[in-house]
Structure formats: C-alpha cells, structure tokens
Design a protein around this ligand. Structure first.
Ligand code: ADP
Length: 453
C-alpha cells in the first residue's frame, strides 16, 4: 500500500446520526472533518462541530447527498482527501466509489469492484456459493424469460417463494408468492417496480422461509490480507423488511455454530479481496444458516457489536482506509455481555407515518450500560425529506436480562415532546414474553402488530 492513501481531512458524505458517529471517530483519531449539508440540515449538530462545513444543495437528496459531482467538488474545495459515505445514500454506489478513487481521493469503504459484485444480489450469491458460504435455495441466477420455465423453477424450489430484484435494497423490490397461479403476475409487477426503483428489472427467486431469524455476521478486513469476523447480530424484529431492534449476540444460538459461519465469512472476504467493514446477512432456521446478501458498508446496528467486542468499527474503517494493518487478532476477540439497540424513529405510534417537526423537549437517558447515538438536540427541527431515524438507544449488560432491564429504565427516562416517536413500541416489545425469551422469527413483529391492531 502506497502512502498516498493517507489522509488527514475527511469529508462525511452523509447526515443525521451516522454523520455525527463518523465525526466522533475522526476527531478521536485526530482527523479533521468536513461536513457537507443540504439546505434542510443547516442546523444539524455535526455541521456545527465540523472543522469545515459546506452547503452542497437543496433539501432534495438527489441534488445534495446523492450529487456525486457536487460531493467531489466539495472535497476539492475543502481540501478533504478522503470520503466516508456512511450508510444509505451513496454508500453502496460502485460508480461513486470508483469516481472518488479516480479523483485521487480515498473512498472509506471497499473497492468499486467489491461493491458492484455484492450490489448484484445474483452475483453475490454465486460468489458466496463459490467461496463455500451456504445460500437460501432458489433460482441460482436470473429468472428465465418464459413463464413456463419460471413456473417450473418455482415448483422445483417449492411454494411459497419470494421473488426478488437483483439490484434491490432497503427492503424494497421483493414479493412473496404463495400460489402458482399468482406467480407470473407477481413477477411482472416486481420487475416493473425494480426497473423504476433500481434501474434494473432483473429478478431471481428464493424459497420463502416460514420462520427464520435474521442473523448477520460483521466483518472487518484490512488491505494486507487480514479478515476478521466480529460475531453475530440478531435483527429478526422487522417491519416491512426494515429492522426495528437488533441485538448481539443472537440469543440461544451455540457460539460454536456462529464461529463456524463467521470463519466462512472471513474466508470469503479473503477469497474476494474484500476491504473495510461489511456484513453478511443470513436467514437462520432449524440450525442452518443461509446467505441472503452482503452489505458493503457500516450498518445502522453496528453499535451492538461494538458494545460486546469493545472494537470501534468506524475508527477501524478509517484506519483500514489509511492502509494500516489491523492490530486486532481473531483469537483476541472476545464477546462479553449482551447489547440491544432500539432504533428511534420520528413516526406515529399507530400508523408508522413519519412525524417530522420541531423537537421541543429531548431529555436523554443515562446510567451504566446506556449509549445514545443521536444528532437530535432540543429545539432541533426534523426535516421531512429523509428517513425517520432520529437516533439509537443501545443498552448493554452482563446478561441479556440486564441489557433489557437497563433499556427499560432508559426508555422510561427518555422524554421527547413536539414529535411522535416509536418509544412506546420499544417498551411494548421489551415487555413481550416472546421477545424476552429471545425466540422471535422475522415474521413475529408484523403478526404481533396485526393481532393488537
Ligand atoms: P434488502 O437488501 O432489501 O434488505 P434482503 O435480501 O436483505 O433485502 O432481505 C430483507 C429481509 O426480507 C430479510 O431480513 C427477511 O426478513 C426478508 N427475506 C428476504 N429473503 C427471504 C426469504 N427467502 N424468506 C423469507 N424472508 C426473506
């Protein structure tokens, strides 16, 4: 690795809680930060604390946080020589990663080639199979043109099946099909949606699993051939394929089973020459792991892994991008205690509709084992243009019970006024017997919401 990857000023191409999280890691490492913001985020906390702050456009993300040329110009204008994309926005845009590096800057993340490979879910599954990672059974490639062939494929996999967009993400571009007679229409609909949302109509198909848990493995890889796995997270509590609450380690799964799949993920990373932080997502049912996709960026739920490993994932991303060797060894990584993250959303408690507006009261909880990652302060106005995540409360304890108890105290202490939040939902979840047992599958939350509606 040549020295020209080294940097001392980082442009943070994101907003909200993750922008602040990245800024904290940069400052801790003595790196200067450039905050770029849209007109709607002028008052944001990280903007005020940045070494340099620059407005890059209007509220619409397409003209600010997604404006690749604008971001490159901003880097040039401010002397930033590295760009951290956070999650969402351009974080998994291979062309952007390439453009950053072609401009002579450092993209804090994997190569464009890795991002491109994993962004194409069909190619990702093929690559993983070749690297010895087990996958959810399915079409093993794009769906054929002919309806008869599609039907034959689905019959072979067995109904119910899930039709998915190869370029999909964010829980969009997939449709569950229970009966053969509904398949062809569902394929047409999903393909058109995929074309519109991701510019790619290609679909594939998988067995729709009935009661899986969503279990994922965090990896960290340097540019010198070291690939580590940092344990697993359970993200089964989801609504509309969006995670609501996450925890580490996954309750009730034998650590030896997790270690085995973790080793395979690390081996796959070495196989493809992966660099930076990444996550392998699996469905887990009846003791078997089946890969669904890889995320080539830092994830919203990374703090639960940080809490149980004592590893600062964002700081490691920055060090890896500088070309440094990982100083952690796999055998030194120990998983201690239990951590649970509640995603705080500005949304209506019943309808789940976004609830933007001015936060008139924002009293944060504290005490042992409580971590809050949030960009919100009292008086802050949550803009209506972006996703509704306003922060995360992470509870840590020696045991899962202690983590839950601490979170319950924290959620009760947290006082928010001026907007609606999902704090009540988290309180109900943490009091729920199934959640307390730790045996919920990915369909649990939606079923439970339906029952109580
Ligand atoms: P995205 O990239 O949009 O997040 P994923 O492939 O990661 O899409 O799937 C998101 C969620 O959808 C999973 O966490 C799971 O809840 C559900 N899902 C995906 N594939 C299947 C499947 N084969 N069977 C059952 N549920 C699935």
């Amino acid at each position: 690795m040549t020295d020209n990857r080294r940097f001392n000023r980082v442009l943070i191409a994101n907003r909200g809680e993750i922008a602040l999280r990245i800024q904290r890691a940069c400052r801790q490492l003595g790196l200067e930060t450039v905050a770029v913001y849209s007109d709607a985020d002028r008052e944001s906390r990280h903007v005020q604390e940045a070494d340099i702050a620059l407005c890059i456009g209007p509220a619409a993300a397409s003209r600010s946080y997604l404006d690749r040329d604008g971001l490159l110009l901003a880097a040039r204008a401010t002397g930033a020589t590295a760009i951290h994309p956070g999650y969402g926005f351009l974080s998994e845009n291979a062309d952007f990663a390439d453009a950053v590096e072609e401009a002579g800057l450092t993209f804090i993340g994997p190569t464009g080639t890795s991002i491109r490979m994993m962004g194409d879910k069909i190619m990702a599954k093929r690559t993983m199979l070749a690297a010895g990672v087990p996958c959810v059974p399915g079409s093993d490639g794009p769906l054929p043109e002919s309806p008869d062939e599609i039907l034959a494929l689905a019959e072979k996999v067995g109904f119910p099946v899930i039709v998915k967009a190869s370029g999909g993400g964010g829980g969009r571009g997939m449709r569950v099909v229970h009966r053969a007679e509904d398949l062809i229409e569902a394929v047409g609909l999903t393909s058109r949606e995929a074309q519109q949302a991701f510019g790619n109509p290609t679909l594939y198909l998988e067995k729709f699993m009935q009661k899986p848990r969503h279990i994922e493995i965090q990896v960290l890889c340097d540019t010198h051939g070291t690939a580590l796995w940092l344990g697993a997270r359970d993200c089964s509590l989801q609504r509309r394929h969006q995670k609501v609450l996450e925890e580490a380690p996954p309750p009730g799964i034998d650590p030896a089973v997790i270690a085995e799949i973790g080793e395979r993920c690390a081996a796959a990373c070495r196989h493809i020459g992966y660099r930076g932080a990444g996550t392998f997502e699996f469905l887990y049912e009846d003791g078997v792991f089946a890969f669904i996709e890889m995320n080539t960026r830092v994830q919203v739920e990374h703090p639960v892994t940080e809490q149980i490993t004592d590893i600062d994932i964002v700081a490691e991303q920055l060090r890896i991008a500088q070309g440094d060797r990982l100083t952690i060894r796999q055998e030194d990584i120990v998983f201690r205690g239990h951590a649970i993250e509640c995603r705080l959303n500005a949304e209506d408690g019943l309808t789940f509709l976004p609830s933007p507006g001015t936060v008139t009261r924002w009293d944060l909880p504290g005490g042992p084992g409580i971590r809050v990652d949030s960009h919100v302060v009292s008086g802050y106005t949550i803009p209506p243009y972006y996703d509704s995540l306003i922060g995360k409360i992470i509870g840590y304890g020696a045991t899962r019970e202690e983590a839950i108890a601490r979170l319950q105290v924290a959620l009760a202490e947290m006082k928010v006024e001026g907007i609606s939040t999902n704090i009540g939902l988290h309180q109900d979840l943490l009091a729920n017997p199934t959640v307390r047992k730790g045996s919920m599958d990915i369909h649990f939350l939606e079923k439970w919401l339906e029952e109580r509606a």
